[in-house]
Write a protein that binds this ligand. Structure first.
Ligand code: NAD
Ligand code: DAU
Length: 376
């Protein structure tokens, strides 16, 4: 039986991971630590919280007392750190919060794990750890910076972050490496490309576009829409994290990505076309329109005229693209969901789960939207 500490488990990828591992492994115990920021929502994991294998703790990963109390109460074997401030645009507005959560939070998790996992020291003075423990840092391809028209990020690509978000994630990665080198802590770092799928908070491109289409609002595309992202279905990311945690070589970094590069403008056009097609095929989906409607004529408003090119993001990285050869070669990982299927699955999910969207955007979302897009 393995005891997991999963941080950020009420957010987009963390929640999908919690669902994935609870289904995949029967003999596990989970503590989810999440501070329930604007991006964390208990509704996302409501059903999982009924599972006797799961305990939820509301708290900040930066707080030493909270993390210590979890390790005192549970014999944690694995710490998987998803908790982070994750949105680039917000990092441009408030860098300090990103440094606090992403760097200091990571260091606090590592430090607490080190204290509880060390069982002695070797002849050189390095800590020796309890058998089978591991810390996994969920990182991002953004630590490698921005690519031109060609080339891929490998694990050997130099770190070259550009935004406060990616700089904070890089700082966190370097602290993980420092604990691995200086204290010989058993760690892995995973660096994944852009995820999409269910429970994605509608500040990020794909869910924001879906939400705006349903509300008949303009679809803001930064700059000229030619920036490229490498999209991966969230469950394929979760599967990769599970593999690296259980089978990855200790101390190694693994890049995760599915060779699925798309220009932003193409993503937006595809999303418009898919929403319209699904609603043409199934009138029930038209109930997701605001106001809800079953009328076929209301579908005429769903077209590319909704697109509006707005002021570019400051320091906007041009292109990301992952070379996943290492994780594929060593661990046999591959992306199971093709983008053409994943995007339809995702849009269907949003059309069928408008209650969730309303729940997570009922707080400060409107204020955020006006601040972020009002002057663009
Ligand atoms: P998210 O913003 O949807 O969720 C983050 C979660 O962390 C939320 O539940 C939030 O409440 C929690 N959290 C934030 N600050 C906290 C704190 N101080 N203490 C405890 N909990 C806190 O993020 P996501 O998109 O699910 O990303 C998860 C991780 O994956 C992040 O580390 C991110 O950098 C990384 N990542 C994301 C992507 C992507 O495409 N979304 C791709 C690669 C890597
Ligand atoms: O690459 C992995 C990263 O992907 C993760 O580390 C981050 O946590 C995650 O947020 C994501 O970062 P991006 O900045 O790539 O994702 P976002 O959805 O914010 O933007 C995707 C692209 O779309 C980017 O080029 C900016 C653009 N964009 C975004 C928004 C929100 C728009 O054109 N309009 C928008 O309204």
């Amino acid at each position: 039986m393995k005891h997991y500490l999963v941080t950020g488990g009420a957010g987009f990828i963390g929640a999908n991971y919690v669902k994935y591992i609870l289904k995949k492994h029967s003999d596990i115990q989970l503590v989810i630590l999440d501070d329930l920021t604007y991006a964390g929502n208990l509704g996302t994991i409501r059903d999982n919280l009924k599972d006797p294998r799961v305990e939820f703790v509301k708290g900040n990963i930066v707080d030493p007392q909270i993390v210590k109390s979890i390790f005192e109460k549970h014999p944690i074997d694995f710490t998987v750190n998803f908790a982070a401030e994750s949105h680039v645009d917000r990092s441009i507005e408030n860098p300090q919060l990103f440094l606090q959560t992403n760097i200091l939070g990571t260091q606090n998790l590592l430090d607490t794990a080190k204290k509880f996992w060390a069982v002695g020291t070797d002849e050189k003075g390095y800590p020796v750890y309890r058998e089978g423990v591991k810390y996994l840092q969920v990182s991002t391809d953004e630590v490698y910076g921005s690519l031109g028209e060609t080339g891929y990020f490998t694990e050997k690509t130099p770190l070259d972050p550009r935004s406060p978000y990616s700089a904070s994630k890089t700082g966190a990665d370097l602290i993980v490496v420092a604990y691995s080198e200086t204290y010989k802590m058993p760690v892995n770092i995973t660096r994944c490309s852009n995820n999409y799928g269910p429970y994605h908070f509608p500040e990020k491109l794909i869910p924001l576009i879906i939400k705006n289409i349903l509300e008949g609002k303009k679809l803001p595309v930064y700059g000229d829409g030619s920036n490229v992202r490498d999209w991966l279905y969230v469950e394929d990311h979760c599967k990769a994290v599970d593999l690296v945690l259980l089978q990855g070589r200790t101390g190694e970094v693994y890049n995760i990505g599915g060779h699925n590069e798309m220009k932003n403008i193409d993503i937006v056009k595809l999303t418009i076309a898919t929403v319209r097609k699904l609603m043409e095929e199934n009138p029930e989906y038209r109930k997701a329109l605001k106001p809800a409607s079953l009328s076929v004529t209301d579908l005429n408003r769903i077209n590319n005229d909704l697109i509006t090119f707005v002021k570019d993001r400051l320091g906007h990285d041009h292109r990301y693209a992952i070379d996943p050869a290492k994780i594929t070669g060593e661990l046999g990982w591959y992306p199971e969901t093709k983008f053409a299927d994943g995007i339809v699955k995702t849009i269907r999910w949003y059309l069928e789960n408008q209650d969730w969207v309303e729940e997570v955007t009922s707080g400060d979302y409107q204020k955020y939207y006006e601040q972020m897009y009002g002057n663009r």
